[in-house]
Design a protein around this ligand. Structure first.
Ligand code: THU
Length: 134
């Protein structure tokens, strides 16, 4: 994986493209695929609030559309908040593509690196389906 600070800078760059006229919460995410490719996404809101797309979901979908099926890491930046942890839905999206590491900002200038299972313990995923009787 490239340097974590470089990836975080890229996530901040992506956040600058956020379309967030409602929440004014500008989020960017970087996805590092298992083949080393890097994808970015920002949040994209909607007048129908529930139709908003999170930065992480955007980046993961972009990676998936490029053929990625295994993601090693996701790095998240938010331009106008302290801590910024991914929402529950995005954690589940990460689970689908086998994310190992999630990096978030702590709001006081440092990054926190988490193993995925720390932020979504006892999770349900593709292997759960395989291991259960049909
Ligand atoms: N949001 C993200 O894009 N990622 C997160 O990790 C937290 C929340 C977005 C969704 C919405 O556009 C705005 O931030 C406020 O919830």
């Amino acid at each position: 994986m490239s340097d974590i600070n470089e990836l975080y800078a890229k996530a901040r760059q992506a956040a600058a493209s956020a379309y967030a006229p409602y929440s004014k919460f500008h989020v960017g995410a970087v996805v590092v695929a298992d083949d080393g490719r890097v994808f970015t996404g920002c949040n994209v809101e909607n007048a129908a609030y529930g139709s908003a797309i999170c930065a992480e979901g955007n980046a993961i979908s972009t990676a998936a559309a490029a053929g990625v099926r295994k993601i090693d890491a996701v790095v998240i930046a938010c331009l106008n908040a302290g801590e910024c942890y991914p929402c529950g839905n995005c954690r589940q999206l990460m689970r689908e593509f086998g994310v190992d590491t999630v990096v978030v900002q702590d709001g006081v200038g440092s990054l926190r690196t988490h193993r995925f299972a720390e932020i979504l313990p006892h999770s349900f995923g593709p292997d759960s389906l395989e291991n259960n009787p049909k």
